[in-house]
Design a protein around this ligand. Sequence first.
Ligand SMILES: Nc1ncnc2c1ncn2[C@@H]1O[C@H](COP(=O)(O)OP(=O)(O)OP(=O)(O)O)[C@@H](O)[C@H]1O
Ligand SMILES: [Mg+2]
Length: 243
Amino acid sequence: MSETMNTPVVLRVDKVTAGYGGNPIIEDVSLQVYEGKITAIVGPNGAGKSTLLKAISGVIKTSSGHVVVGEKDCTNFAPEKMVRHRLAYVPQVANTFPDLTVKENLEMGGYTRKSGVGERIEELCELFPDIRKSLKRKAGALSGGQRSMLAMARGLMLDPSVMLLDEPSAGLSPIFQSALWEQIEKVAATGVGVCVVEQNTRRSLRHAHWGYVLVLGRNRLDGPASQLLHDEEVIDLYVGRMS
Ligand SMILES: Nc1ncnc2c1ncn2[C@@H]1O[C@H](COP(=O)(O)OP(=O)(O)OP(=O)(O)O)[C@@H](O)[C@H]1O
Ligand SMILES: [Mg+2]
């Protein structure tokens, strides 16, 4: 990596190989996430982006490599243990409980907190103004954009140092996508290192500080997101030449 970020690394993934029992899906993948910064992972369908987030968060086991959160080597820790080491993972689907209210969803997100659940919900209402208005609504009655915000807020209940988001804006209209990215930037501004997998390559690189391109389960290239947006290979493969 030719440049550094001037803030501490909150997540270091070092040559991780993982899959679902057969041939590995991701091989020797490395990346770093920095405090208060947004890191984007882009790449074609099936490249292994979701698999990478599952391997980092402990949902699937890695067969080699290391996952270090802060200073702690957390390789192959179970997901609940990763959460205790301040890593939040927001999967693309099934990330909220539709039959529970928004407030109950947040309480569930904070279930291992010894105290301060109410205070934390209050802080998150400050950070996500839309959530305060819908605290009593069932999560299942929210729009896609509101649910995505709730999933993020829920992940923040335990004060993570790093948050992994899998396609948070999938299926949202452009207006909601903008609102969501604004919210992701606000979360990063509180000091959380955010690692986002996105299908909208252009938008995610516009908002990210650093981007990684994953192809066929391997690191293809990485760099400052603004440079990747102008990289010929990235443009040809994922961004397109328009606007
Ligand atoms: N639960 C699973 N069991 C077996 N193979 C899987 C499983 N989930 C994903 N795969 C395979 O792993 C490969 C990578 O899938 P993955 O979902 O990680 O890609 P992705 O980059 O997130 O793609 P997309 O952009 O479509 O979300 C694919 O070939 C997929 O078929
Ligand atoms: Mg995926």
